[in-house]
Design a protein around this ligand. Structure first.
Ligand SMILES: *Cc1c(COP(=O)(O)O)cnc(C)c1O
Length: 220
């Protein structure tokens, strides 16, 4: 099936309130343009340099999401245009993003990445650390940051009970943190679900899915 057909097929399954992030990492601009011409405007990349190159080559009404792990020294390259950063898991990084946002006279939306998978992944905060961060004075001083939600990745497994459990964990963390009354934070987005598990994620409360291979085909 073509990229256009894949997109239409997925979109027909997504409820209205769910945002589709087309994960285009490693794919050529011609593939992204095929998706763009089929109406897709939200793209996710996991490497900053690759995202910058594609940003420069493509129409300017695209929303670029950084879904990968972010190195602090590269934040400046995406600060002028990035629309949402999914994988924020420490204060130092937030501070650097704030710096880039100020320099570009804008507010940058971020999601805190919560570690929900049981496997040994290096990234993601505990719910407790996320809660502490959002209530800290240091955080309240980041004038050009807005934390708009949470992101999580389930364990890579066929065990749907386990995946469901992990997604539910993220949803309940989201609901807990939503109760916090902090200034530069308004939790509205739960980014969870990829090609293999997005319908399950939506059943568990996701409203943003990050889908790559089901749209663009396998990555070599
Ligand atoms: C690559 C990637 C995806 C998309 O994965 P698919 O299985 O191809 O849909 C989603 N989220 C993150 C963080 C990724 O790195």
């Amino acid at each position: 099936m073509s990229i256009k057909e894949n997109l239409q097929n997925i979109k027909s399954k997504l409820p209205e309130h769910v945002t589709l992030v087309a994960v285009s990492k490693t794919k050529p601009v011609s593939d992204l343009m095929e998706a763009y011409n089929a109406g897709q405007r939200v793209f996710g990349e996991n490497k900053i340099q690759e995202m910058v190159d594609k940003y420069e080559d493509m129409p300017k009404d695209i929303q670029w999401h950084m879904i990968g792990h972010v190195q602090r020294n590269k934040v400046k390259y995406m600060a002028p245009f990035v629309s949402l950063i999914h994988g924020v898991d420490n204060f130092k990084l937030l501070k650097e993003i704030n710096k880039g946002a100020i320099k570009n006279n804008r507010v940058i939306d971020c999601l805190l990445q919560i570690k929900i998978a049981s496997e040994d992944s290096k990234f993601g905060m505990s719910p407790e650390d996320a809660s502490r961060l959002l209530q800290s004075e240091n955080y309240s001083e980041l004038t050009n940051i807005k934390v708009v939600g949470l992101m999580g990745m389930a364990t890579f497994t066929d065990n749907t009970d386990q995946i469901t459990k992990e997604f539910n964990e993220l949803k309940s963390t989201f609901e807990e943190l939503q109760k916090l009354d902090t200034t530069n934070c308004k939790l509205e987005t739960i980014s969870m679900g990829m090609s293999g598990d997005y319908m399950l994620a939506i059943d568990c409360g996701s409203n943003m899915v990050r889908i790559g291979s089901s749209i663009f085909g396998d990555r070599s």
